[in-house]
Design a protein. Structure first.
Length: 168
């Protein structure tokens, strides 16, 4: 309350650092998941699917109303490459015992805690909270809270004016 009364704004990390750290943490979780699926298939005696996702994948993140499209690849077990806007950089992501990650980027280390939320990706980077919302599609009806859809107020495919209720 005192911070609000004094009009102190919260600190935010630099956008580029926040986006790259989120992408690196996401890449670590993604590639570990793909590796785990491959190992489980081999343990069952099945040939693993030779998926290109073991080598690289694409990711889109929205941060502060800007959409970032990037390609991610794994260079080593803890080293990942991020390609975006014609440039490329390497970052190292190491797990912490409490579920977080140490991200080494451009000679600086950052502590990141990333988790999937209903509305998108939530990351605490060096004590500062960053939200990467899911892409908004105005043609779909979705909510982040539990509830019951009683009925639609307009027909399917009908035009809906701005600020007009279409469901209850």
């Amino acid at each position: 309350d005192m911070l609000i009364a004094q009009h102190i704004e919260r600190r935010k990390p630099e956008s580029a650092v926040a986006v790259v750290c989120a992408a690196l943490c996401w890449a670590r979780a993604f590639f570990e998941g793909e590796e785990k699926k491959t190992v489980e298939a081999l343990e069952r005696g099945q040939p693993p699917t030779l998926s290109p996702s073991l080598i690289g994948t694409s990711l889109e993140l929205i941060y502060e109303d800007v959409k970032y499209s990037m390609k991610l690849s794994r260079a080593a077990p803890t080293v990942f490459r991020v390609r975006m806007n014609g440039s490329s950089l390497l970052g190292t992501v190491r797990p912490l015992s409490d579920g977080g990650s140490i991200v080494l980027l451009d000679g600086k280390s950052h502590v990141a805690y990333v988790r999937e939320e209903v509305g998108g990706l939530l990351m605490v980077l060096d004590g500062m909270t960053c939200l990467f919302p899911r892409e908004y599609d105005p043609t779909t009806l979705c909510t982040t809270v539990n509830g019951k859809l009683v009925r639609f107020l307009v027909q399917d495919g009908a035009h809906v004016e701005k600020d007009t209720a279409f469901a209850e």
